[in-house]
Design a protein around this ligand. Structure first.
Ligand code: FES
Length: 575
């Protein structure tokens, strides 16, 4: 390759290769660790950003994977440096990991900027870690490769495969309806998460890992490998070898992530029946890369790309099956005619070259384009007087009768209000009602928690109702399903029209027409708007106060206003 870097061109050379007072400090302190010149001189320094922690069950193996990445870096002549970062365990962090995605993005960017790093390996997978790591790496702009944590093995209960999240919601409703005993519930708790790795349904983790690969940021096939499969450590080592070459080739994120790469990612997202959360993350990552992606792009692309991955919650199987079926390379080979195959990837080859020869091995799991698993698309973007800047629905996971629906609102002011009412047997609710949850958006939640799949009122669950139209400014887990209208923008907390909904107001949703409206007339709407009083701030100090002051709305990707700009940041001075 031409324009190959020389050792003195390396970014780390400023720290380690020159002869001055400060470089003496850098080198003498590396010697303090036990390294000597042979370890670093003339070698690319590779930062391994690791989101491992004791409390993140999805990343248990990343401590070991970091060692496997290091092995690859050393084999290729690099100098590996592991840098721990915020772990963001989806199920543990409250009120929601989304509050901290941008924190991880800032941490990633500044870890890379402030240290003598020439290239980055990003170790993540649990929901927000993928976009957080990638957003930071994009803004820093070094050669970077993403190593996905990979999905955990299938769950198992009484001979049935269990899927993360999706089967929790499903069997929780059965328990609420009295169809499952405490002892059986305990068995499910024991069987649903059997190995390290991310959720193995098509949740946000699996969706974002696939999107990262589709954008060209991972080795081909990496995102589908189950975490516990021996292909996974081999992939980690290969990634370590590859990042060293990427540094010499100066193959930066900017050379990989263009408009076509993001469009490829959205197409893959649709074909996978991916998580609605990914929409926010893709918009945010694109902004960081200086690429304009809007909700309208998702809607446009969703109309042309059918769901062909038969994975829960839209389908029947799990990510382990998807791997055996050929994984993402096989899925992308099915989409070949729709993808831009000329996009550059971290391999130094094009996407088309990366998927050369890929085949589908299990037709039940990855369908042909001519036989999609749902006649409905993975994403619909709704607009109307209730969501002037848009709202999201996942038509492929909705009971068909609710795709066009008009019903009276049952409005909850916040999550606690909803939780206090939903189990009451005297709740005045029918299956035709539209559940509305306010104050769950980026500022109101805060952090836009995954509350959008509101529970079906217990009274109705007992009657056999399993889906209802639900509207909120929250997100929902990618493992969730149902007629949930999410991400209503602008959110109610800042005075979006959702704030004005009262119980009994008619709401009309028409997915085919992509519309959502509050049918109370313009005059009444204006009257309620004039009477609306903004709620007090959620935080007086700390990160929460900064978050509230700078967070964008869902349609903008929920990035901080001061981070989203695609402008250069100076290298640190060394004095
Ligand atoms: Fe980590 Fe689902 S909890 S991916």
């Amino acid at each position: 390759m031409t324009n190959r870097k020389r050792p003195e061109d390396l970014r780390s050379h400023r720290w380690l290769g020159v002869s001055d007072l400060r470089s003496f400090g850098h080198r003498s302190r590396l010697r303090q660790v036990g390294y000597d010149t042979t370890d670093w001189a003339g070698r690319p320094v590779i930062g391994i950003i690791n989101t491992w922690s004791d409390i993140n069950p999805c990343h248990t193996h990343l401590r070991q994977r970091a060692e496997e990445v290091k092995r690859g870096v050393l084999q290729a002549g690099g100098f590996p440096i592991e840098l721990p970062a915020m772990s963001l365990a989806e199920v543990m962090v409250k009120p929601t990991t989304m509050l901290y995605r941008n924190f991880l993005a800032m941490e990633t960017e500044e870890l890379l900027r402030s240290h003598p790093i020439d290239g980055a390996v990003l170790l993540g997978g649990c929901d927000k870690t993928t976009p957080g790591l990638i957003m930071g790496a994009i803004s820093m702009g070094l050669p970077s490769i993403y190593v996905p944590a990979g999905p955990m093995l299938r769950g198992n209960w009484q001979g049935k495969a269990l899927g993360s999240g999706s089967d929790v919601w499903k069997y929780w409703d059965e328990k609420r309806a009295g169809n499952i005993t405490e002892a059986e519930w305990d068995e499910i708790e024991n069987g649903i998460a059997r190995s390290f790795g991310t959720c193995m349904t098509m949740g946000t983790a699996a969706t974002m890992m696939a999107i990262a690969e589709a954008m060209g940021l991972s080795l081909p096939g990496a995102s589908s490998i189950p975490a516990a499969d021996s292909n996974h450590p081999r992939m980690a080592t290969q990634s370590g070898r590859r990042i060293v070459e990427m540094v010499w080739e100066d193959l930066t994120t900017e050379k990989v992530l263009d408009q076509a790469a993001f469009e490829n990612a959205i197409k893959v997202h649709m074909a996978m029946g991916g998580s609605t959360n990914a929409i926010i993350h893709v918009v945010a990552m694109a902004k960081r890369a200086g690429v304009q992606i809007s909700l309208a792009d998702f809607d446009r692309i969703s109309r042309t790309v059918p769901v062909i991955a038969n994975v829960r919650p839209s389908g029947a199987f799990l990510m382990e099956d998807f791997f055996y079926a050929g994984g993402l390379r096989a899925l992308m080979s099915e989409l070949r005619g729709l993808l831009d195959l000329n996009c550059m990837t971290v391999t130094g080859r094009t996407l088309g070259e990366n998927i050369e020869g890929a085949k589908v091995h299990l037709r039940d799991v990855i369908h042909p384009m001519s036989d999609p698993i749902s006649s409905e698309p993975a994403t619909g973007v709704l607009f109307g007087n209730l969501a002037p800047r848009g709202a999201i629905i996942k038509p492929s996971a909705v009971e068909k009768r609710l795709l066009k629906h008009r019903g009276p609102a049952l409005a909850f002011e916040d999550y606690n209000h909803m939780a206090s009412m939903i189990e009451r047997d005297d709740l005045d609710v029918t299956a035709d009602h539209v559940l509305v949850l306010k104050n769950s958006g980026p500022k109101g939640g805060p952090g836009m928690p995954e509350w959008g799949m509101m529970p079906i009122p217990r009274k109705l669950v007992k009657q056999g109702v399993r889906d209802m139209l639900r509207v909120s400014d929250a997100r929902m887990s990618g493992t969730s399903y149902g007629a949930c209208v999410l991400h209503v923008s602008p959110e109610s907390y800042v005075g979006g029209p959702l704030a004005f909904v009262k119980t009994g107001d008619p709401i009309e949703v028409d997915v085919a027409a992509r519309s959502i409206n509050l049918m109370i007339g313009d005059e009444e709407m204006a009257k309620r708007k004039a009477a609306w009083v903004p709620p007090p701030p959620r935080y007086e100090r700390g990160y929460g106060a900064m978050f509230s002051a700078h967070i964008g709305q869902a349609d903008e990707g929920c990035d901080f206003d001061f981070l989203a700009a695609h402008v250069p940041v100076p290298e640190p001075e060394i004095h």
